[in-house]
Design a binder for this molecule. Structure first.
Ligand code: HH2
Length: 258
């Protein structure tokens, strides 16, 4: 899954693709690099980010979706807002990537009333404050129980099981130790029976262990993507598609999947 952030403030590519044409060009470049899915986001969820209004998010997002109407791969839209979900689905999105796991009023009903896929992600707290003091008794058990509860709620609300993907939400209300505890035990989340999506690309945990800035975390991001797939992730959300594909080819060859 290749990431395009149509935002001025995303932590690694903020401001680069805020103009619709540059975002569409970036999306097409990621498809050419081999992305199987594109994830388009118009609101940053980086730690400390302030929210944007529905109008602002739509004004960034819709011209990009319009420009990608005939694109060759499914489009996922990264949003927590039901109004944005509705507009994105009407514009042809195939998936809603919700870091709030459909907890906003009206979000679950919006997805249930469509045929799109959905990613349910775990987050402790809100982006504005989530990294202030993340705390768990047992991070793997708690994240697993939350995802199980959200899958059950989504299904009870009318979302077919086959449409659901789960994500532990690396970096969302988690310390470096929490992120690695989750990575180490990703197979336990895969045991929930839904495909697991993992987003490690360029994240600050990788900066914490390598001492590198967001632009210099490619090698660490590739290692994390590989370790996640080895532990059961089925989708990796990345900024660097070509390099990630190459890294995953090595694992596929090792496992006899080429
Ligand atoms: N990470 C980010 C945003 N959306 N969605 C899912 N499902 N999983 C993730 O790990 C995830 C996500 C944060 O990364 P990015 O989009 O690059 O930055 P920002 O939120 O600052 O736009």
């Amino acid at each position: 899954m290749g990431v395009v952030n149509v935002t001025p403030d995303s932590f690694s590519d903020g401001g680069r693709f805020i103009d619709p044409k540059s975002a569409v060009d970036r999306a097409n470049a990621l498809i050419a690099e081999g992305a199987d899915i594109l994830d388009i986001g118009a609101e940053s969820s980086r730690p400390g980010a302030g929210g944007v209004s529905v109008e602002q998010e739509l004004s960034r997002l819709m011209p990009v979706l319009e420009g990608l109407r005939d694109c060759a791969v499914p489009i996922s839209v990264d949003t927590v807002k039901p109004e944005v979900m509705r507009a994105a689905i009407a514009a042809g999105a195939s998936m809603i990537n919700d870091i709030g796991a459909l907890r906003a009023p009206g979000a679950l009903e919006t997805v249930a009333g469509s045929h799109v896929a959905v990613c349910l992600m775990h987050m402790q707290g809100e982006p504005h404050t989530m990294q202030q003091s993340p705390s768990y008794r047992d991070v793997v058990a708690e994240v697993g129980a939350f995802l199980e509860e959200r899958v059950t709620a989504a299904m009870a609300g009318g979302v077919a099981r086959e449409r659901i993907v789960v994500d532990p939400g690396f970096g969302f209300g988690k310390t470096v130790a929490h992120n690695f505890e989750l990575l180490r035990n990703l197979d336990r989340l895969a045991a929930l029976g839904r495909p697991v999506l993992a987003g490690w690309s360029r994240k600050s945990t990788l900066g914490a262990i390598t001492g590198r800035g967001a632009e210099d975390r490619l090698a660490a991001s590739l290692a994390a993507a590989l370790l996640a797939v080895e532990r059961g992730a089925r989708i990796v959300r990345v900024h660097d598609v070509a390099a990630t594909r190459d890294a995953l080819q090595v694992l596929a060859a090792l496992e006899g999947r080429t």
